[in-house]
Design a protein around this ligand. Structure first.
Ligand code: PLP
Length: 466
């Protein structure tokens, strides 16, 4: 029988400082145990651990639960059902790890509980974000004066930057799209590569520009846009290029495309979710040549820079266009002389994730960022070499950190992927690249060692040989 409401345990009232700290200490203990055990755990959680999550489901209890008990549930049942990104042997999607400084900073950001949207609500968040965006601009080799917003990822960054593109092109055509919407607006054309990432199309859909209402430019066998196949470009065109294809890692030929596109008055946008960070490495920088000529760029902090989730960057040359698309005004929202973070992002209230970006980049420095890029690319080359030696087919030119391998026909390849995931030494996913089923190996974590690569390679070869 339920307790009468007056007897229901409620411990949600104001807590003393000591009461607030105890759950944090418990969380730190669980986090320590977790990180120390990560190396020895299966990368994918067991089916039993995933099934045990049902203990955390069910109706919301009527009474309150002590914070330490909530932390205990997460630290035990929750932790067992995680995928281990901390060990350096997760090679799925484009998922890195979280560097120690970024992880520790995220704890402080949570303890500080800053609203990242306004300077007045977080002078530290707004200031560090401004600095971090500028550091990122320089690392990415983008022109001085380019501004940026710190968002949740490349999907949101594509959306944000393309909103600025939409604003500028329609303003030039005499149309105020923020005020009047797209009903009756002059027509814009959007040009994308055949191998554009689906998040780009999603962003276009959210902006009312249409996921399918795009002109798709044919690509080559690596997924690079063919410069010779571009349609007519003009000042009503948004041209979307890609720096780093999610499957092959290939780069569109920006140096061959951007000068003419800009001369024609088109807005050139770059989806460089991970690949754009190649600019940070002296050895890989040649791959991003020409991308600096664009008008806007989307990239991720949570991919190659190895910040924790989530962190993306929308970088734009035309600051007024971005601010016109994103800005917000109200009598109760004070505006000072300083940069207001919410002028650059879709959100008003949000996590002050610019602090984590600052911490992650500060700890890495230029050399550290270059080292992650070069080390992970080296690991990818080693995977390709080992698989090739064993007689398997590598479907892409391994230009950066992505490897596509076929183990034979579709069934054999998918069977191998399933066995690799089941084995737990490492984790790789599957894809279909231009009609061929492949296993994807994306080496994106700062934590991956040569030993991790050799152990993973052995596990993959064993799975393929079974
Ligand atoms: C080229 C490219 N663009 C966009 C995205 C989407 O990024 P996010 O998941 O951070 O939104 C990805 C993800 O892998 C990507 O590789």
């Amino acid at each position: 029988m339920p307790l009468p409401s007056s007897k229901v345990l409620v411990s949600s009232g104001p807590a003393s400082a000591v009461d607030r700290v105890a759950p944090l200490r418990a969380a730190a203990d669980f986090a320590e145990t977790y990180l120390l055990a990560a190396e020895g755990r299966s990368i994918a959680p067991s089916a039993e651990a995933v099934a045990a999550l049902s203990a955390l489901a069910g109706p919301l209890p009527e009474g309150s639960t002590p914070a330490e008990e909530v932390v205990r549930l997460l630290g035990t049942v929750g932790a067992d059902a995680t995928v281990i990104n901390a060990a350096g042997r997760f090679f799925g999607f484009v998922i890195g790890g979280c560097t120690p400084a970024a992880l520790a900073a995220s704890w402080l950001v949570s303890a500080w509980d800053q609203n990242g949207g306004l300077y007045v609500s977080t002078p530290v968040g707004a200031s560090l974000e401004e600095t971090a965006v500028e550091w990122a601009r320089a690392l990415l080799g983008l022109p001085e004066g380019v501004v940026g917003g710190v968002v949740t990822g490349a999907t949101a960054a594509n959306f944000t930057a393309l909103a600025a593109a939409r604003n500028r092109l329609l303003t030039r055509a005499g149309w105020d799209v923020e005020a009047d919407g797209l009903f009756g607006a002059p027509e814009l054309r959007v040009v994308v590569g055949q191998e554009a990432h689906p998040s780009m199309l999603k962003a276009l859909g959210m902006l009312g520009l249409g996921r399918n209402r795009v002109i798709r430019v044919p690509t080559d066998g690596q997924g690079r846009m063919r410069a010779d196949a571009l349609p007519h470009l003009d000042d009503r065109t948004i041209l979307c290029l890609q720096a780093g294809n999610v499957n092959t890692g290939a780069f569109d030929p920006a140096a061959a495309i951007c000068p003419d596109a800009r001369a024609a008055g088109a807005w050139v946008h770059i989806d460089g979710a991970f690949g754009l960070w190649a600019a940070a490495s002296p050895r890989c920088r040649h791959l991003v040549q020409g991308f600096e000529l664009a008008d806007s760029w989307a990239t991720d902090g949570h991919k190659w820079p190895n910040l924790g989730y989530d962190c993306g960057l929308a970088m734009v040359r035309d600051e007024p266009a971005l601010r016109a698309a994103m800005g917000i005004r109200a009598a109760y929202l004070p505006r000072g002389e300083r940069r207001e973070p919410s002028d650059y992002t879709p959100e008003l209230s949000r996590r002050a994730r610019g602090i984590e970006l600052w911490a992650g980049l500060r700890a890495l420095g230029r050399a550290g960022m270059a080292a992650i890029v070069e080390r992970t690319c080296g690991h990818a080359r080693r995977f390709a070499e080992g698989l090739l030696e064993a007689g398997y087919e590598i479907l892409n030119d391994v230009v950066i950190n992505q490897v596509l391998v076929s183990f034979g026909d579709k069934e054999k390849t998918l069977r191998t992927v399933a066995r690799v995931q089941q084995d737990g030494t490492c984790w790789c996913g599957s894809t279909v690249w231009q009609g061929h089923t492949a296993m994807r190996i994306s080496v994106s974590s700062w934590a991956t060692t040569e030993d991790d690569v050799e152990r993973s390679l052995a596990a993959i070869l064993k799975a393929a040989g079974e």
